[in-house]
Design a protein around this ligand. Structure first.
Ligand code: C2E
Ligand code: MG
Ligand code: MG
Ligand code: MG
Length: 290
């Protein structure tokens, strides 16, 4: 975007670009500050069993309310954290906090935590996971780590080692945003995933007549079943989508239809409220008000 003004003088940065770089730097500084002052929190979104609509777990989703700008989407600030070297600190805070919160939840309710490819490439991750579990008292089987296909862009042998180390601890592994990455399917041969999360872009519109997404979801579910993996349909917003995902054989559903991401205190209350007489197998959930 270098631009000539016609007299042989080149301006390499337009005023817009300078403003962009400044606000980007500002965002980075503010995020660093938020990590120190406790300006982040976690929202939890329920994940239900398709068959009986009971909550089996919740996904931890980081939230940041900026002092001037208000709430900022993780889709905006996670990439910033990844580029400026803050993601490991942020990720550690989310992991430790989510484990502490989940340790107070009833029964076998699990917590899912998103792990950035940068964290996944760090040799310290297994020790961090072990420490977060030990300090919270959460059983390893109640922690699920969500990673994206992005981790396969790195060297395969090191990701294989990381998978083995994490499975050795006893945590569960989920492949997030499946179908949106650029990787081949080859990694499914060896990567020990417990679950595939079907990206919401496939769920969106799938219930409309003639939509091809349903065929794609059916194929993903068939693949996952064959490999012994569970499937979560992400982003179900309406009842038609719930019925369709049930027909297509998805084992789990996550979406606004069952609840938006909510503060820790609210999810704890929801889990307690929904504990029915047959609570041993899970927790009954009422439809979120629409
Ligand atoms: P994700 O891991 O795929 O999380 C699911 C996203 O879908 C969440 O967006 C959730 O609020 C949204 N969602 C769930 N159900 C529905 C629905 O029915 N309709 C619609 N329209 N959206 C739905 P959110 O919270 O904005 O997070 C966006 C992404 O930011 C996440 O996608 C994840 O990639 C990243 N992220 C969030 N928290 C963390 C974190 O602690 N660490 C890392 N590394 N990434 C995170
Ligand atoms: Mg996720
Ligand atoms: Mg996802
Ligand atoms: Mg996503």
């Amino acid at each position: 975007a270098a631009k000539a003004d016609g007299r042989g003088v080149h301006r390499f940065y337009s005023p817009d670009m300078l403003a962009g770089a400044r606000s980007r730097q500002q965002l980075e500084d503010d995020l660093r500050q938020a990590l120190v002052t406790g300006g982040l929190h976690i929202a939890y979104q329920p994940v239900v069993n398709t068959s009986d609509e009971r909550i089996v777990g919740c996904e931890a989703l980081v939230r940041w309310t900026h002092p001037e700008r208000g709430p900022i989407s993780p889709a905006e600030f996670i990439p910033v954290a990844e580029e400026c070297g803050l993601i490991e600190q942020l990720g550690e805070w989310v992991l430790r906090t989510a484990c502490l919160d989940a340790a107070a939840w009833p029964g076998e309710i699990r917590v899912a935590v998103n792990v950035s490819p940068i964290q996944f490439a760090s040799a310290q991750l297994p020790a961090l996971v072990t420490s977060a579990l030990a300090r919270s008292g959460l059983a390893p089987s109640r922690l699920e780590l969500e990673i994206t296909e992005g981790v396969f862009l790195d060297e395969t042998s090191s990701s294989d080692r990381m998978f083995r180390a994490l499975k050795g601890i006893g945590v569960r592994l989920a492949l997030d945003d499946f179908g949106t990455g650029y990787s081949s399917l080859g990694y499914l041969r060896t990567a020990p995933f417990d679950k595939i999360k079907i990206d919401q872009s496939f769920v969106r519109g799938a219930a409309q007549p003639g939509n091809r997404n349903a065929a794609i979801i059916r194929a993903i579910v068939s693949l996952a079943d064959t490999l012994g993996m569970e499937t979560t349909a992400e982003g179900c917003e309406v009842q038609d989508e719930v019925w369709l995902m049930r027909d297509l054989g998805c084992s789990h559903i996550q979406g606004y239809v069952y609840g938006r991401p909510m503060p820790s205190a609210d999810i704890t209350a929801r889990l307690a409220d929904d504990a029915g007489p047959t609570a041993a197998s899970g927790y009954r959930i009422s439809r979120a008000p629409r």
